[in-house]
Design a binder for this molecule. Structure first.
Ligand SMILES: [Zn+2]
Length: 254
């Protein structure tokens, strides 16, 4: 029970840091200095106004000085990260496996939000992520080095092939290199089976969403829809339901 409370607090604090990464990484600003400040009036935020989740509620979502709205993104990211932390501690207890999956989901959260806002996936997360996933496969019981390595090659390789083919066929870039590195990272953490499932789920959910947006906005809707959030969503679904989905699929194809 004590670990549940600790994990929620820890998750909310990390979530607060993820918010800083989300705002500053695309601007290539330092994520440690200077401290947080209000985006409107630039007044530095005191530590007692910077408590994850709680400050937002106490200040009713407004800056103490200029009283303008603070984005709901802040408590949302803190809440999701705290929930993820709780889920993994319930599953694994305080262990390396907990840290491994918590870190993975935290990376996906930052990538998803940055990709939604800026249509980029920062290399500073995906590239070290590949190394961390592969390295951790040596010490956690849920993965093996071979599984992780094949996951990287299959994840990165297959998307690289599709991207190259698309560019050759349509003479324009369909998928960014960022998606290739993201999928290699997902492969490193989850292994080869889950990375295949991630591609299938991500493409399926992405296509359905694309069709819905085109219907709602009219057929001349031309804005590129980032693929990263769908791959991240696919990875999270694979993480929770992967084994069940694969078993169900094999059952259907008996
Ligand atoms: Zn302000």
């Amino acid at each position: 029970m004590m670990w549940y409370v600790v994990s929620i607090i820890f998750g909310a604090i990390v979530g607060s840091f993820l918010n800083v990464c989300i705002i500053r990484l695309p601007k290539e600003e330092s994520i440690v200095w200077p401290g947080s400040h209000c985006p409107h009036c630039k007044v530095p935020i005191e530590f007692y106004d910077n408590i994850p989740l709680i400050s937002y509620i106490l200040l009713k979502g407004r800056c103490r000085h200029c009283h303008r709205h603070i984005s709901f993104q802040y408590p949302l990211i803190e809440g999701i990260t705290a929930l993820s932390s709780l889920i993994w501690i319930m599953k694994f207890g305080p262990s390396l496996s907990y840290l491994f999956y918590f870190l993975f989901v935290a990376a996906l959260i930052v990538i998803t939000v940055i990709d939604l806002y800026h249509q980029i996936i920062p290399d500073v997360i995906s590239l070290p992520g590949i190394g961390v996933g592969l390295g951790a496969s040596l010490i956690i019981p849920q993965n093996t080095f071979f599984n992780s390595l094949v996951g990287i090659l299959l994840g990165g390789g297959s998307l690289f092939l599709v991207a190259t083919l698309y560019q050759w066929l349509f003479k324009r870039e369909g998928m960014g290199g960022g998606d290739v590195k993201l999928l290699a990272m997902i492969g490193a953490f989850l292994g080869w089976k889950a990375v295949i499932l991630t591609i299938l789920l991500g493409s399926l959910i992405g296509s359905i969403t694309g069709i819905i947006i085109m219907v709602l906005k009219g057929k001349d809707f031309k804005y590129a829809i980032p693929f990263g959030p769908f791959l991240s969503l696919g990875a999270v679904i694979s993480l929770f339901y992967g084994e069940n989905l694969i078993r169900w699929y094999l059952y259907l194809n008996r």
